[in-house]
Design a binder for this molecule. Structure first.
Ligand SMILES: [Zn+2]
Length: 527
């Protein structure tokens, strides 16, 4: 484990961590938002960011400071903390953004790192190449080579206690992103920004963003603090945290405010379109939309910026509580409903379910089945994967109903969509305690059928009968042919009333039938 980053709670690949920033003498709890402070434009002063918004880390641009004579002299003279009047940690960017924007800059990694050290930066950045999405592979590779050299120069530089970023680029090529992540992770640098995702987010390509971050994360170790560079819209924070991003920076709060735009967790509104303010922050409780529209442009920008920051910090707190409660996926699912592009992002996240599954805690408080996507959560994949530890013998009834009277079967297992079959003794273990709606969708039944299929595969000598409650054809088609199918109503008529009694499980936990089942229940909840 890296000694400056300590992981506490986790949910999915998201985590609550503690990033020690030795030069600032502070420890930052992650996920954290770094408000972007433009040294030329004082929208909300750093002192207010600290006292009113609770910001304990911010980001500003060392290249802007270096190329402005007045700012440069002041920063070198009194240091960044005094110049900005901020006591938390200060990260500085290097000019890479300007390089991407204007094609050239007048500095090198060696020089800009020395400058960052001289002005009192706590977390510095080398000059990497932010390669935009969709470029030719050759360009992405050439750019990566330059970024790799920048990281080598940064490793060679004398940076003292200052932490140094190791940006991960690679455009929209997942294999390059993964390789870049692995390379950055192997350096002795400290914080790992995933770069050049802003063009994807601006174009609402949240699925591409998810693929880029997931690839970078595969290369980076679990203990690497990851910064999603340029990401700070509250709508996408839960998704990004679920992927394992720890740091975010927001220029959006100020840039959008300048443009009359109002951020919410469901997207962006234009002040001119708002008749009501759907927020309880100090600004939205004190002012009406008309008040804001009537304010002078400077004041309006200021008030909107404050609201934008409040709503962003509030979302981060909500996300952290969700990690503590183990229901981050439910929050991601909720946010995914705010825009079709967010739904694409969420579905892309579920494409990486095996990757998430490795970090997702095995046991949580609750699993709420809230949409057909819930059928593809890591818990379902994990349950299917563990079929290889569940031993079934003789003739086993897999049923959505209760245990039948009589001795037609050697064992009776429950079947619960979306998980599939399991011995009754596991009924009270996570995630089989999931809250599932009465009106299930096709995905849930199809996933349950996959579970049946896995169980049959792992136990070729056992015979199975599946008593299902009106499963759709698409699910039944996924059940292996060797399994005898019966509808629940038929089974209950033939075997006695008890068989149709739903949820009679508690009584069945110590049922003699279960002794035939050598399910490894301890192993199931241990990992
Ligand atoms: Zn507000």
């Amino acid at each position: 484990m890296r000694d400056h980053f300590e992981l506490r709670d986790g949910d999915l690949a998201g985590r609550i961590g503690r990033l020690s920033v030795p030069r600032a003498g502070v420890t930052v709890e992650t996920p954290a938002l770094l408000p972007v402070v433009n040294p030329n434009i004082d929208t909300i002063s750093p002192a207010r960011l600290e006292s009113e918004f609770g910001a304990d880390i911010l980001i500003t641009n060392s290249y802007i400071i270096k190329t402005n004579e007045h700012l440069r002299e002041e920063a070198l003279d009194v240091g960044l903390h005094e110049m900005l009047d901020f006591h938390g940690a200060i990260m500085t960017d290097s000019g890479s953004f300007q390089l991407a924007e204007y094609g050239e800059i007048d500095t090198t990694t060696e020089e800009i790192l020395q400058f960052q050290r001289d002005i009192g930066t706590d977390i510095a950045t080398p000059v990497d190449i932010p390669t935009p999405p969709d470029v030719a592979r050759e360009q992405a590779e050439t750019d990566l080579e330059i970024t790799r050299q920048a990281l080598a120069d940064a490793e060679a530089a004398d940076t003292g206690e200052m932490l140094v970023n190791a940006p991960v680029q690679g455009s929209t090529y997942p294999d390059l992103r993964e390789e870049a992540g692995r390379h950055a992770d192997a350096t002795d640098l400290d914080v790992f920004p995933v770069g050049a995702v802003v063009p994807m987010m601006n174009a609402y390509r949240y699925d591409d963003m998810v693929d880029a971050v997931a690839a970078a994360k595969r290369g980076l170790g679990v203990d690497a603090p990851v910064h999603l560079f340029g990401a700070g819209h509250p709508m996408m924070l839960a998704l990004a945290v679920a992927l394992g991003c720890d740091l975010f920076d927001s220029a959006a709060y100020a840039l959008y405010a300048r443009d009359g735009r109002y951020l919410t967790v469901r997207g962006t509104e234009h002040l001119e379109d708002l008749e009501y303010l759907p927020c309880t922050c100090p600004i939205c409780t004190e002012y009406s939309p008309d008040d804001l529209r009537a304010a002078g442009s400077k004041e309006q920008e200021q008030l909107l910026a404050e609201h934008n920051l409040h709503v962003t910090f509030a979302e981060l707190r909500r996300i952290k509580q969700a990690i503590r409660d183990g229901d981050l996926m439910e929050l991601v699912e909720e946010r995914a409903r705010s825009h079709p592009a967010m739904l694409d992002g969420y579905r892309a996240l579920l494409d990486h379910v095996d990757q998430l599954e490795r970090e997702d805690p095995a046991s949580k408080g609750a699993f709420f089945y809230a949409s057909n996507e819930s059928a593809h959560r890591p818990e379902v994949a994990r349950h299917h994967a563990r079929m290889d530890r569940l031993t079934a013998e003789g003739h086993v009834l897999l049923t959505e109903g209760g245990t039948p009277s009589g001795d037609d079967f050697d064992a009776t297992w429950r079947v619960v969509p979306p998980f599939g079959p399991f011995p009754r003794s596991l009924s009270e273990t996570y995630p089989l305690t999931a809250e599932v709606p009465e009106r299930l969708d096709r995905d849930a039944y199809e996933q349950a059928a996959r579970g049946v299929s896995r169980l049959v595969e792992e136990n070729p000598d056992a015979a199975f009968t599946l008593a299902h409650d009106d499963w759709p054809e698409s699910a039944l088609a996924r059940v292996p042919e060797s399994v005898e199918l019966e509808s629940l109503s038929t089974v209950s008529e033939r075997l006695g009333d008890e068989a149709s009694a739903d949820e009679s499980d508690e009584a069945d936990v110590s049922d003699g039938d279960d002794e035939r089942v050598e399910g490894d229940s301890a192993g199931l909840s241990d990992e």
